[in-house]
Every structure is written in structure tokens, then in C-alpha cells.
Design a protein around this ligand. Structure first.
Ligand code: DX5
Ligand code: ZN
Length: 214
């Protein structure tokens, strides 16, 4: 799998250096969690901070929007330097319009689903997106436990992608550690997001290379 460390678990006072360090540790992507205190009960970072981080790495920015009205903010995140933007199917914006807006900004679009949203909900968008992100915790906070009961959902989406001979990638996010990463890889995940599992590991580079070997 590819590994996208979530900056939610880094030292926020040193975000630039932490980004450089995690690139040196072998990360494939940088996962940035944007929360609005409305769609989820937490507040994190916005486009200003993402723009400030952009010069610190050449790695792609994987921006996960946990906000109620993603469509209104695509321009701001495009300007900030996002390479991939994922937004929740459960948010208020029209999914097709949001996908089109992301694409027209030259960014790769992805759809995210919360644990209670079924696999089938993403099927109508599979031919339009670059990635499907399956949450393996309720979005909002780092450090929660991995929900292994999401694995049949990952497998069902993978099967549908295969049936369509499509190249859409599946990303998993929440509670990914060395142990749970292998479960997610077996179910069909292509990319894993890991906050605590990488940043709080005794050796982040080792944690990343192990997950990449799965
Ligand atoms: C949760 C975020 C995740 C989170 C993952 O809402 O989307 O990206 O940072 O953190 P861990 O790996 O600690 O569960
Ligand atoms: Zn995330």
C-alpha cells in the first residue's frame, strides 16, 4: 500500500519541519484533515495553513475535507496547493457539481464515506473520481480504534471497481497501525492514512516502510 501520514498527529507548532521529516521518513502522500466544527465536532486547519506548508515538501497533498459545504471552498484549497481533494458524500454540496469543480481546478477528486454509509452509495460516482476514501473511524478525531467491520465495505467497493475495470483507488482512514494496515490491505485498500500509527511510532520510517510492504 501507499502511506499517507495524517498531519493531525504531528506537532502543530512545528508543522513545516514535521512535513519535511515525514517526507524523509518515506511517506507517499501528505494527508491533511480539514474540519469545520460543524460537519464534525472538531476544528483543525484551513487553506491558509495548507498554503504555508506547500513549500516544505514536493509530496502530493491529500486534502480530506470534513466540512459541511465543500463546494464553496474548492477554489481556496486549489489555491493552497491541494493535489487530491476528498469530500464527504454526507456533506450538503451536490456531489456531481463538487467533483466537476475539483476537476476543473486541475485537482484529483475523491469521495469519502462515514462508517454508517453503505458501499453502494459510492457506486454512481466510481467512473468520475480518482479515489474513494472509506472511513474506518467516525471522522473528527485522531487516535480512535480501527473499525474492522468496515472491511466488507472496502471489499465490496473493490469488487465493483474490478467489475468495471476501473482504476479508482481505495483509501482507508482511521486507526491504522501496523496490525490493522495488513487487514485493510487484504480487504483491498490501496492507500492507508495513518496519524497516530506513524507519528507516535518509535520509528516512523520503519512504520511507513512496513505498511508499504503490505
Ligand atoms: C479522522 C481523520 C484521520 C485521522 C487519523 O477524522 O480523518 O485522518 O487523523 O488518525 P489516526 O491514524 O490516529 O486514527
Ligand atoms: Zn483524514
Amino acid at each position: 500500500m501507499k502511506v499517507a501520514p495524517s498531519m493531525l498527529s504531528c506537532n502543530f507548532a512545528l508543522m513545516g519541519e514535521e512535513t519535511e521529516k515525514i517526507e524523509k521518513a518515506g511517506a507517499d502522500l501528505i494527508h491533511l484533515d480539514v474540519m469545520d466544527g460543524h460537519f464534525v465536532p472538531n476544528l483543525t486547519i484551513g487553506p491558509g495553513i495548507i498554503k504555508a506548508l506547500r513549500p516544505y515538501t514536493k509530496l502530493p497533498f491529500d486534502v480530506h475535507l470534513m466540512i459541511s459545504d465543500p463546494l464553496s471552498y474548492i477554489d481556496a484549497f486549489a489555491d493552497a496547493g491541494a493535489d487530491i481533494i476528498t469530500f464527504h458524500l454526507e456533506a450538503d454540496s451536490d456531489p456531481d457539481e463538487t467533483i466537476e469543480k475539483i476537476k476543473s481546478s486541475g485537482i484529483l477528486p475523491g469521495i469519502v464515506i462515514k462508517p454508517k454509509t453503505p458501499a453502494e452509495a459510492v457506486f454512481p460516482y466510481l467512473d468520475k473520481v480518482y479515489m474513494v476514501l472509506v472511513m474506518t473511524v467516525e471522522p473528527g478525531f485522531g487516535g480512535q480504534s480501527f473499525m474492522s467491520d468496515m472491511m466488507p465495505k472496502v471489499a465490496a467497493i473493490k469488487e465493483e471497481i474490478r467489475k468495471r475495470s476501473s482504476e479508482v483507488l481505495i483509501e482507508v482512514d482511521g486507526g491504522i497501525t501496523a496490525d490493522t494496515a495488513s487487514v485493510a490491505a487484504k480487504a483491498g485498500a490501496d492507500i492507508c492514512v495513518s496519524g497516530t500509527g506513524v507519528f507516535k511510532a518509535p520509528d516512523p520510517a520503519k512504520a511507513i516502510s512496513y505498511m508499504q510492504s503490505l
